[in-house]
Design a protein around this ligand. Sequence first.
Ligand code: SF4
Length: 364
Amino acid sequence: MTDLDQPLARPAARRWVPRRVVATPPAYDHPHGRRIMALVEAQGIEVERLRSARLTGVRGESDRETYARAKSTMAIVVSPPSRRRLQPIAPSADWRFDLAEGCPAHCQYCYLAGSLSGPPVTRVYADLDEILGGLAEYAGRGTVTSRRPARREEGTTFEASCYTDPLALEHLTGSWRRAVEHFGGWDAPVQLRWTTKFDDVGTFVGLTHHRRTRVRFSVNCLPVTIRFEGGTSRLADRLAALRRLALDGYPVGLTIAPIMPVDDWRTSYGALLEAVAAAVHGVPDLDLTAELITHRFTPGSKEVLLGWYPRTRLEMAEDARTRKHGKFGAVKYVYPAPVMAELRGWFEAGIAERLPGCRILYWT
Ligand code: SF4
């Protein structure tokens, strides 16, 4: 047992077993849809074949019941056409593409709350081959990382975890494994990127990835992880998984998010950085990055999260925050500038000291 498992140990995350899996008729027409159905059924889970593409039976009698039903449902569907036109995803990557939307975990700050509408059903995409085949036209056309001299050597970057957590679903879909192999066989300056709070990396070890996939582990200090990240893997297990992939030659990364100035945050985040240093110790040719994201919320995400987690102790007090306008005028609440400056200065110095080979990709 490591220090990270104490003092508030919790059991290792178990692989998600959805209570209900449905498949829409268009999904059967895609080889990957049929692969997912076979994979799910091989795990003893029945797949309900819907008569139409409309998913019913998710709404319960209360918001709580709807949330519980949706969170335990997986739908095998074809991606909406809008998802096939890729969008830049600053500051992470040149382009984002989606292999699924939704996640079975229960993080009380989940950023999906402000991004997705309707009950939080997990939808996995059957048209994977078409989605991967459509990426080639975006190569060399990066608008985010490719334009920044500091990140140009990453090539054209494609982010595949904007609306989901890949390792929460991989055992039911096989989708991200195929994506890694796709990029491994794509002999061009391109990079697949995804981030996860899970540790189920066994099926990725030994793939022909050619270092064209960067897997980042979303990590936080123990008080945040234990209090707010229900249903995810333990921090120690995520770091062990990071080591496993780094030893297998993958570029790896940390998504330290959401950073919060909790009580005694310097000590808690210091322990996190030390645990990461121990996890990567002795890894040959280590390629490690860090992405630093502070906590923020919008009026919409706060309302949804308080509906999902009414007793949360997550701080979302508008009067303790600075109001900012994002893209298209949307309002978001971030920490005030002096708090941001203090956090940023501490993280930049802390990473330079404890993880000297680690490149910070951005702070936000
Ligand atoms: S693991 Fe990520 S996507 Fe899943 S509930 Fe937590 S924050 Fe949301």
